[in-house]
Design a protein around this ligand. Structure first.
Ligand SMILES: Cc1ncc(COP(=O)(O)O)c(C=O)c1O
Length: 410
């Protein structure tokens, strides 16, 4: 089975995880991460959602509105609510699955204190245009509005040669196992603003606990288990367990439609084990991104004309955290996934929800009006992509997609 995603964890990461961990590893990871992305400061947290929560707390933003896309990872909305704020959802465009600029311009109110431009699936948003819209709103309402770039899918994504993570006030990163650079778990805020970095560190000190003694061992075990689960031999079993049993539910199902909550340990510090793995992965970041871009081109070359899939165009500077397409109307996604699974191809459906349409958010904010996010959530599929996917595997995926197309045309 060709996995829909596969972290590029290898023996160097395992050795790094197993070595006795030094307390200053986290600081080392922060320094290396900031240097790699060309920014002055980086502050590490246990999760990306913790980093966002801390950013809002550190700035004293409370009982305010935070503008986020309707189509994003639900934990962004959860962290916003749990910090004592209210998300304002903006619908997306089908062009790049990011916020629609016209709708963004209309989303501000006198209570808006932060905007989170999200470069979803690695497609960069035009950060200059966001800055213009935010400046207009600042003039209109007479107060500062912070801009946090969500780069969890787009570490090095660039627009006209400029990295999106350098725009605005700060950028948010996430390193869970599904991300294309992982530290097994963890998140980071980068910023060029020394005062903000100090506030984030103070906030971390005030709220985040030292992890319990067993946590580093749990993280090591997780790293080894992930390597085994994604290995060529192990993935068939992983897939079988995921689809045939509930044993992996706690790993795979990271949200519940009806509740807004953060994990019990979200206010712990990043462990040195995670930071050590992150340091090793960071050295390979550029290689990971180059391979993803090559795979995206390979899919595009062969599949741009298939009738059952609509793909966003290839985009200069995109990082392809996922290779996405929308299924044509009338195709049942479950049947498509099963068809491809029978050909040994694991198809993902990320992101399979529109956040304002989730029961918990409908209850909090009322009926949603985000039709494009809804459509994307219902029709999206992800073709397998990872830095360690071979050309042969990509060709097998292309052949399976073409076979389906031939069948649906017949
Ligand atoms: C777009 C986006 N932003 C933020 C996050 C938060 O990351 P974490 O899972 O580390 O909390 C994620 C997580 O998957 C994400 O996909």
């Amino acid at each position: 089975m060709i996995p829909r995603f596969k972290s590029a964890l290898g023996w160097p990461e395992c050795f790094a995880a197993l070595r006795p961990s030094r307390a200053d590893r986290v600081e080392q990871f922060e320094r290396a991460f900031a240097d790699e992305l060309g920014v002055a400061h980086a502050v590490a947290f246990a999760y990306g959602r913790t980093a966002l929560w801390a950013m809002l707390k550190a700035l004293g933003i409370e009982d305010a509105e935070v503008i986020i896309p309707a189509y994003t990872c639900v934990v962004v909305a959860h962290a916003t609510v749990e910090s004592g704020n209210r998300p304002v959802f903006v619908d997306i465009t089908e062009r790049d699955f990011n916020m629609d600029f016209d709708l963004l311009a209309d989303a501000f109110s006198e209570r808006t204190r932060m905007v989170i431009p999200t470069h979803l699936f690695g497609y960069p948003m035009d950060t200059d245009r966001v800055a213009e819209i935010v400046q207009d709103a600042e003039k209109r309402y007479g107060h500062r509005i912070w801009v946090l770039q969500d780069c969890a899918h787009s570490f090095d994504a660039a627009i006209e040669g400029r990295r999106v993570c350098l725009a605005g006030d700060a950028a948010l990163f996430a390193f869970n196992i599904a991300k294309y650079m992982t530290s097994i778990g963890g998140g980071m805020i980068t910023t060029g603003d020394a005062e903000l970095a100090d506030k984030l560190r103070d906030c971390r000190e005030a709220h985040c606990r030292r992890p319990p003694w067993y946590k580093p061992w749990e993280r090591r075990a997780y790293c080894l288990a992930a390597m085994a689960a994604f290995s060529s031999l192990g993935y068939g079993l992983t897939w079988g367990l995921e689809h045939g049993t509930s044993l992996l539910d706690s790993e795979v199902k990271y949200y519940n439609d009806k509740t807004i909550e953060l994990p019990n340990d979200f206010l712990r510090l990043m462990t040195p084990v995670e930071a050590a793995v992150g340091c090793v992965q960071l050295r390979r970041l550029r290689q990971f991104e180059a391979r993803r871009r090559a795979i995206a081109r390979r899919y595009h070359e062969a599949l741009a004309d298939v009738s059952h899939l609509a793909m966003p165009p290839l985009q200069e500077g995109a990082t392809y955290s996922h290779f996405i397409a929308l299924l044509a109307a009338g195709i049942r996604r479950g049947e498509y996934v099963s068809f491809m699974a029978r050909r040994g191809v694991d198809i993902g459906c990320v992101i399979q929800y529109s956040v304002p349409h989730m029961a918990a958010y409908e209850k909090l904010l009322g009926p949603p009006a985000h039709p494009v996010a809804r459509k994307a959530s219902e029709r999206i599929i992800n073709l397998p992509i990872s830095a360690v996917l071979s050309d042969r595997a990509v060709d097998r995926v292309r052949a399976a997609v073409r076979e389906y197309d031939g069948r649906s045309l017949a």
